[in-house]
Every structure is written in structure tokens, then in C-alpha cells.
Design a protein around this ligand. Structure first.
Ligand SMILES: *Cc1c(COP(=O)(O)O)cnc(C)c1O
Length: 397
């Protein structure tokens, strides 16, 4: 390959971060919390230069570093910092930007705990942080919500579980004009479908627990910074707060992400067919799927657009309200009743009863999270089997 050839997504997913020419093809998992120095000068030198040969593995571990480099490459950022969970990544961002008495604008229907920690008095509120939780898909409203003390715009797109899509370029233009940093939770799309840094975001974060890992076998998160300066600041925060990823879990994610592209292709293909099937079923009242033309932000979905594909998540309303949704979810057999998403196994859940039960009902309804909503994360099983399972469960609704 010539030096100016840019490898494609799948090539980077397999090879970026660690590429062996001899020896093991995967980065070794170093089970060592601390590293021996040759002598005092060597120790002093490693501390001074943050040498990658190792000091102490909360600061740096080769397995974790390889994963961080790989994901940073897939997102097009300067560098990544892996965290012990997606929530550790969300908290590191909030902690960094939200000073005493500051203000944050965030997507109302985002991941439940990302919202709850802005509203619960035990967290940021105790330092006077105010949050405006809103439908960030209306960019004009976001601009109007900016206050003199706004220190962060935090968006999740598509949002969870309404699949509302926020125009990242539009929000980034607003953020830039006002000098406010923009952070995007890109968990739902994964870097395969969407790269917020290319659209003007300053940081992108993921729960790697979901599509990046893809096999429901480990919990982890990552923050990717666009610039070296931001990267250094965030790394310093995370290693000192202490929510770092373990080398064992890093090894699981390092292997999981290699197949992200092919998994997403398969999941998305089945999700498109499932969304069509549900939209035509008499017991389903409505379907929200970014691939459908009736999605309000469908124009942002497609090749070379914000979302290069519609993804593998579908939200839909089951006839009969909460009881209808429960009847469906209690009767599926192959589709697993479980929270989480983006993995090889198809999962279904009720946000009103599970992921968003912590959000008061009136607030849920305002955010579009209705009682009859069931969320489906389509996996890589054979589509006909998934469809047959949902068909038989819908007979019981
Ligand atoms: C799961 C999830 C998180 C939190 O990640 P954990 O790994 O569970 O801590 C944050 N944001 C989104 C969109 C998620 O789906």
C-alpha cells in the first residue's frame, strides 16, 4: 500500500491500534498494576515523559492503549480515553465542563442515567448546575436556550428510545458561534454509521458495552477528543477520577470491534425488514425508524449524510398501551427481554418499565416516551426466525 492510501473502515477496525509483523496478532493482556524501573533515572524519566513503557496501569496499559488508538482512528479524533463504563465517560465530561452554577443544554430523551444525574440532587445539582433538557432536534430552540453560563451542549443522536435525530452540523455551528463545547454520545450509531467529530463536535463518547463490544460480555466506555489539548485534559481527569478500563475488558473490546462493520451491516439489513414488517402489522400502532420516510429527520440518513445508514434500533407502539407492550415482551422467546443494545443478540425492552422508569411519567411523555413503546435492538440472527418470534408473540397481544 502506498503511504498516502487511506485504509477503509473495516481495515482500520481490524488493524488500527496494533498491527503485528511478528509475534502475537493481538496486543498482550498485561496483568500488572505496576512496572519496574531500571534505576531511579529511568523511573524519573518515565514520570517526566509519561513513557508508554509503563509506570502504573491506571495511567496507561498497552492493551487499553491499543484499543484507544483503534477507536480514535475509527472516529477520526486525536486520541481516546477508555473508561470503566459508558457512565464513567458521561460523568468525566460533565465533571470537566460543569463548573459551579453553570448551565448545560442536553437532549431530553437521552440515555436514562445520563439525564437522571443532571436532575437528581445528589449529583451536579448540589453544585448549582442547571440543566435544560430539550428536544435538540429543533436547532433554533437550542440556540434560544443558550444562557450566559452555558458551559456544555450535550446531545445524543439518535436519542434513546425515541430515535429523534439531532442535526450535529447545525448544533455545532451554534456551539461554535457561542464558544460552547459540543459533546455527542454516539453509542447508538457507532463509528461505523456516524462520525460527530467530522461534523464539528469537540468530543464524542460511547458506551462500548453496546455495538463496539457487540457481544454483551463486558462493560466499558470511551471518550474521543478532536484535539491534542482536549485529549490531555480529559485523560488527566479520568486517570485521577479513577474510572479506567481494565486490560482484560480492553482485550474483549479490542476483538469485538474488529467485526463492527460487518455486524452493523447485517443488523441493519434485518432491522430495515423488521421495521417494514412492524409498520404493516395490525397490532402495531406506529413505528419510529430512521430508515422510514416518515421519520422527521429522514433527510439526514443515507450515504454521505450525517447517518450513513438507519441503524438497528426500532421503537414502536403496541396496540393496547402498556398492557399491549407487556403482552408482546412477555411472550417473545428468541428476542431476549433485556436492556442494552447493539449486540449480536436481538434484545427488546419497555423503556417506561425499565430504562426510563427513573424519569417521571409526565416528563417521559413530554420527551415522547410513551407507555406502549417497545424498543427492539436487532441482532445478527436470521431475520425469518426473529420475525416468526415476534409474529407469534403479537398473537397474544
Ligand atoms: C448504555 C448507554 C450509556 C451508558 O453506558 P454503560 O456502559 O452502561 O455505563 C450511555 N449512553 C447510551 C446511549 C447508552 O446506550
Amino acid at each position: 500500500m502506498s503511504d498516502n492510501h487511506n485504509p477503509g473502515f473495516n481495515t482500520n477496525a481490524v488493524h488500527a491500534g496494533y498491527h503485528a509483523h511478528s509475534g502475537p496478532v493481538n496486543p498482550p493482556v498485561e496483568e500488572s498494576s505496576t512496572y519496574a524501573f531500571e534505576n531511579c533515572d529511568d523511573g524519573a524519566e518515565r514520570f517526566a515523559s509519561r513513557d508508554k513503557k509503563g509506570i502504573y496501569s491506571r495511567l496507561s496499559s498497552p492493551t487499553v492503549n491499543a484499543l484507544e488508538k483503534k477507536i480514535a482512528k475509527l472516529e477520526g479524533g486525536f486520541g481516546g480515553i477508555a473508561t470503566a463504563s459508558g457512565m464513567a465517560a458521561v460523568n468525566a465530561v460533565y465533571y470537566h465542563f460543569l463548573d459551579k452554577d453553570s448551565h448545560v443544554i442536553a437532549t431530553a430523551s437521552m440515555y436514562g442515567p445520563s439525564r437522571t444525574i443532571l436532575e437528581n440532587p445528589s449529583f451536579y445539582k448540589k453544585w448549582g448546575v442547571q440543566a435544560t433538557l430539550m428536544d435538540t432536534s429543533h436547532a433554533d430552540d437550542v440556540e434560544k436556550a443558550v444562557q450566559p453560563n452555558t458551559r456544555l451542549i450535550y446531545i445524543e443522536t439518535p436519542a434513546n428510545p425515541t430515535l429523534a435525530i439531532t442535526d450535529i452540523s447545525k448544533i455545532s455551528a451554534i456551539a461554535r458561534k457561542q464558544g460552547i463545547p459540543l459533546v455527542v454520545d454516539n453509542t447508538f450509531c457507532s463509528p461505523y454509521l456516524q462520525n460527530p467529530l467530522d461534523l464539528g463536535a469537540d468530543f464524542v463518547l460511547h458506551s462500548m458495552t453496546k455495538s463496539i463490544g457487540g457481544h454483551a460480555n463486558a462493560v466499558g466506555g470511551i471518550i474521543i477528543a478532536k484535539t491534542e489539548e482536549d485529549y490531555n485534559v480529559l485523560r488527566n481527569i479520568i486517570v485521577n477520577i479513577g474510572g479506567v478500563l481494565s486490560p482484560h475488558d480492553a482485550a474483549l473490546f479490542f476483538n469485538g470491534v474488529k467485526t463492527l462493520g460487518i455486524r452493523m451491516e447485517k443488523m441493519q439489513e434485518s432491522a430495515k425488514r423488521m421495521a417494514d414488517f412492524l409498520a404493516n402489522h395490525e397490532k402495531i400502532e406506529w413505528v419510529i425508524y430512521p430508515g422510514h420516510e416518515n421519520h422527521p429527520m429522514h433527510h439526514l440518513v443515507g450515504e454521505k449524510k450525517q447517518m450513513r445508514g438507519p441503524g438497528a434500533l426500532i421503537s414502536f407502539g403496541v396496540r393496547g398501551g402498556l398492557a399491549g407492550a407487556k403482552a408482546l415482551l412477555d411472550n417473545v422467546k428468541l428476542n431476549t427481554l433485556a436492556v442494552s443494545l447493539g449486540g449480536v443478540e436481538s434484545l427488546m425492552e419497555s423503556p417506561a418499565l425499565m430504562t426510563h422508569a427513573g424519569v417521571p411519567k409526565s416528563e417521559r411523555e413530554k420527551a415522547g416516551i410513551k407507555d406502549e413503546l417497545a424498543r427492539c435492538s436487532v441482532g445478527i440472527e436470521d431475520f425469518e426466525d426473529l420475525k416468526a418470534d415476534i409474529e407469534q408473540a403479537l398473537e397474544k397481544v
